[in-house]
Design a protein around this ligand. Structure first.
Ligand code: NAD
Length: 270
């Protein structure tokens, strides 16, 4: 009987992970590679510090802007050519947009929607024929708790993630007959990522901002910490593995209960 902590064996599988240079995407790429998967990372801002660990794990890092169809097609074609096929796509590349709607420029709207939504469309468009050629596969979209329960302070980001969840369900319905499973993971608040650090760097009081993020999530608050990229990566590992063979169109919220509703008032707030 396998050990309770045994990881799924992904030997022989080939995965594409977008936005895999840092944060959640990096944790996903490393975990999939550690489980034997051949991983191709596409990121428009690769980090030099990844070079040596990537080489050791056989991770291929390619510069790719997910807003650009030629870049996405080239990433998928490389994975198919060098990996011998494609089994897994993780659409993780994303950017935040914290602004009231009246201050959002047309360029900012496009940047957010094109990265968080169009990127996943382009990857699905070019990956699905390759997944069908393998007899099926798995797509995981990294959405957000903001896509489940929209927020007042980042309406464009919330919209992009809500639409990504809709795309997830549509593709799951359309491609079930092809044995392609499409699911979404909805994290938040996750520490130790470039997006989170950029948010915190803008805050007038960093420590207070960290406390505010933690306070908004019941389990993060109870445990006195943010969620880790590795915890999000574990949910992706489950979704791409054989244990999830009958799972499609679902959302896994790794948000400590943040998207469930209004949390209870605790004594220190009363
Ligand atoms: P991160 O900034 O560390 O990672 C995002 C990665 O995407 C970066 O490496 C960045 O270079 C890359 N990227 C951005 N735009 C790109 C583009 N156009 N083409 C290719 N790569 C691009 O931040 P993260 O927190 O790890 O975010 C990963 C995903 O998780 C995002 O989709 C984000 O919306 C989502 N998410 C994060 C949190 C959180 O609290 N950190 C919560 C919910 C959802």
């Amino acid at each position: 009987m396998p050990h309770a902590n045994a990881q799924p064996d992904l030997a022989g599988k080939v995965a594409v992970v977008t936005g895999g240079a840092s944060g959640i995407g990096r944790a996903i790429a490393v975990l999939l590679a550690e489980c034997g998967c051949r991983v191709f990372v596409g990121d428009f801002d690769p980090l030099e510090e990844n070079r040596s660990p990537s080489e050791q794990l056989g991770i291929v890092d390619q510069r790719c802007d997910v807003r650009n169809e030629a870049d996405v097609r080239s990433l998928i074609e490389r994975a198919v050519a060098e990996g011998g096929g494609l089994d897994i796509v993780v659409n993780n590349a994303g950017i935040g947009m914290v602004k009231p709607i009246v201050d959002v420029t047309e360029e900012e709207w496009s940047a957010c929607l094109d990265t968080n939504l169009k990127g996943a469309f382009l990857a699905a468009k070019h990956a699905i024929p390759a997944l069908i050629a393998r007899g099926g596969g798995s797509i995981v979209n990294i959405a957000s708790n903001a896509g489940i329960l929209p927020r007042a302070h980042d309406p464009v980001y919330s919209t992009s993630k809500g639409a990504l969840i809709a795309l997830t369900k549509c593709l799951a319905l359309c491609h079930g007959p092809d044995r392609i499973r499409v699911n979404a993971v909805c994290p938040g608040p996750v520490g130790d990522t470039r997006m989170m650090n950029a948010d915190l760097d803008q805050a007038p009081d960093r420590e207070a901002a960290v406390k505010q993020f933690i306070k908004a999530s019941p389990l993060a608050r109870a445990q006195g910490r943010m969620i880790s990229p590795a915890e999000v990566a574990q949910s992706v590992l489950y979704l791409v593995g054989d244990a999830a063979q009958m799972v499609t169109g679902t959302l896994i919220a790794i948000d400590g209960g943040k998207s469930l509703g209004v949390p209870p008032v605790v004594a220190e707030d009363a």
